[in-house]
Design a protein around this ligand. Structure first.
Ligand SMILES: [Zn+2]
Length: 99
């Protein structure tokens, strides 16, 4: 088990997301939090993404953000980024919860 040294974000609000509870930990030590979006959807977000403002909604805002980024960056880089958005390390979380 890793030492549970992480910043407790429970109850904090990041744009459209309100942190409800910790879900688990990624393999590289980052925390994952269950968040409630303003639209009513729940989503799991890494603390680094919350703190750095990378994730500001469950995804309902993603299309807005992506369209803006697409104008700045080229399409290839944008697509690679969107793949990373969808690859939440759930296996690592399950492993953490079962250990
Ligand atoms: Zn939403």
């Amino acid at each position: 088990m890793r030492a549970k040294r992480y910043k407790d974000l429970t109850g904090m609000v990041f744009s459209r997301l309100t942190v409800i509870s910790p879900v688990g930990q990624t393999s590289n030590g980052g925390m994952i939090w269950r968040c409630m979006c303003e639209c009513g959807m729940e989503t799991d977000v890494r603390s680094s993404n919350l703190v750095q403002g990378v994730s500001t909604s469950c995804g309902c805002k993603r299309s807005e953000v992506m369209s803006i980024r697409a104008k700045v960056r080229n399409i290839t880089r944008n697509r690679r980024k969107s793949r990373r958005w969808n690859s939440t390390p759930y296996d690592d979380v399950q492993e953490f919860l079962n250990s």
